[in-house]
Design a protein around this ligand. Sequence first.
Ligand SMILES: [Zn+2]
Length: 243
Amino acid sequence: MTEQLAPMPEDWQRALAVVAHPDDLEYGAAAAIAAWTDAGKEVAYLLATRGEAGIDGISPAEAAPLREREQIASAAVVGVTTVEFLDHRDGVIEYGPALRRDIAAAIRRHRPELVVTLNHRDTFGDTFWNTPDHKAVGRATLDAAADAGNRWIFPELVEQGLQPWDGVRWVAVAASPRPTHAVDATAGYERAVRSLLEHRAYIEGLTDEDPETYARSFLDEMLSANAASFGGRPAVTFEVFPR
Ligand SMILES: [Zn+2]
């Protein structure tokens, strides 16, 4: 018998999603975010970079504002109107205190109960090597959930008026190879497709396939992959770290 995924906790009001690049949340997690905003929850996005190194045929100087616009539009599709960018450098984000401090500052500003990030582990699935940026931001986000609550770790944040926030109850890691929880993707599916399609310049740089065909086939496969562990329903999965 397949081990079942638990439903995600629902007794929270504010979430902050922290990822490395524009499009990271649109490869699946957006279907869960749509369900959350439908339920009246507030979700904000924090992007470590503007994804400026993500399109082979477009220089970083041109790609940064383009991808920023695409990210803001894709967030709006799933009911997210707060999208912030940290301006770390795409492709070479460094894990360390500077990144932890930037994320901890955002956690103190937004005071979320749930923090969402993208896979911090070495691989997607068993065999696809993850990128350094995803690993750095995922790990720093897991760490920053605790840093945000300790006034002595980044005292300069208190001097800037950012009081400690020790209210993060869970960090949920999307697309982890070790999922523990899931959200039913049925209600959010169409908006997840449209939110991914807002990254049109990125998708057109990635594939010659029709963008909508590409988006639907990717999301269909991703969201059905764990259905057998979630009562047969399409599932956005998370590895949840309680705090
Ligand atoms: Zn990414």
